[in-house]
Design a binder for this molecule. Structure first.
Ligand SMILES: NC(=O)c1ccc[n+]([C@@H]2O[C@H](COP(=O)([O-])OP(=O)(O)OC[C@H]3O[C@@H](n4cnc5c(N)ncnc54)[C@H](O)[C@@H]3O)[C@@H](O)[C@H]2O)c1
Length: 271
């Protein structure tokens, strides 16, 4: 029987027999990635600080015939990072994919940021991501295969007021992605970043509900609307699956035409 296009595409994007450790799994984007990867066949190790939000997501995946477990993770604590990765290895025996999705933001002007805020953002978005990647990569090296997807941001490249520390952390995530890619290719590990634009989640409702900031944002997005977390799933699945087997060290933007220049200024046209 010849293989149909649908069958070969399904194989390319399938996550059957893959174990994915996902941080920030209880968040707006994390939940969609958790459910989406599970429906592509992955066994999900869902890690987050917020057990109350995480457990129903895990239960929902298991109730729908998928496979998922909840793991406590506080990326600020080195001990917690190690314990979390050890627990996932104890349960699943391997980590095929690490998705670094946990992240925070505090919107304050450059001159207003205090050291404690600076440290908290950097320690979660950058240091935590660094060391959980290091822990997971040690197992991937032994397996001689692995895949890391870092959730970066539009602010890895384009900046907005009041996001200096967040933007610096996300720019650094883009840089780390390139270092992971070049240092770990020899062990069969790929690393890429996905840079969401302005996506509607609890992290950003404060901005989208603000009349001036939401108008400002719409003018800077060619599609003139926020994205939904579901609109990140296709590219995320591509990056964690064999569909992207020759892509490493890249950052893909999903931003409704934000970096492209946003909504155009008034111009003469016949249409
Ligand atoms: N929403 C957007 O528009 C947008 C845009 C660009 C990038 N991002 C990035 O996408 C990722 C997910 O964002 P989201 O919108 O889903 O945010 P969210 O606030 O809904 O989710 C973030 C998750 O990270 C978890 N977390 C926070 N601190 C943690 C810690 N110390 N240890 C472990 N987990 C911790 C939270 O409990 C939460 O579940 C973040 O890295 C964010 O920076 C989001």
């Amino acid at each position: 029987m010849p293989v149909s296009i649908a069958q070969s595409l399904e194989k390319l994007f399938s996550m059957e027999n893959k174990v994915i450790l996902l941080t920030g799994a209880a968040g707006g984007i994390g939940k969609v990635l958790a459910e989406g990867f599970a429906s592509a066949g992955a066994a999900m190790a869902l890690c987050d600080l917020d057990a109350a939000k995480l457990n129903p997501i895990t239960d929902g995946i298991n109730a729908n015939g998928g496979k998922a477990g909840s793991y406590y993770l506080d990326l600020i604590e080195m001990e917690s990072i190690k314990k979390c990765v050890d627990a996932v290895i104890a349960d699943y025996g391997r980590i095929d994919v690490l998705v670094n999705c946990a992240g925070i933001n505090v919107r304050e002007g450059f001159l207003d940021v205090e050291e404690s805020t600076y440290d908290r953002i950097m320690n979660i978005n950058l240091k935590g991501l660094y060391f959980i990647s290091q822990e997971a990569a040690k197992h991937m090296m032994k397996q001689k295969s692995g895949n890391i997807l870092n959730i970066a941001s539009h602010n890895s490249v384009g900046m907005m007021g009041g996001c200096s520390v967040y933007g610096a952390s996300k720019s650094a995530v883009a840089a780390l992605t390139r270092s992971m890619a070049i240092e770990w290719a020899q062990y069969g590990i790929r690393a890429n970043a996905l840079a969401p634009g302005h996506i509607l989640t609890s992290l950003t409702t404060v901005t989208w509900e603000h009349p001036e900031r939401s108008r400002y944002l719409r003018e800077r997005i060619a599609m003139k609307r926020p994205g939904n977390p579901e609109e990140l799933l296709g590219i995320a699945l591509m990056l964690v699956s064999d569909a992207s087997s020759y892509i490493t060290g890249s950052m893909m933007h999903v931003d409704g035409g934000c970096l492209a220049g946003g909504a155009p200024w008034p111009y003469d046209t016949k249409y």
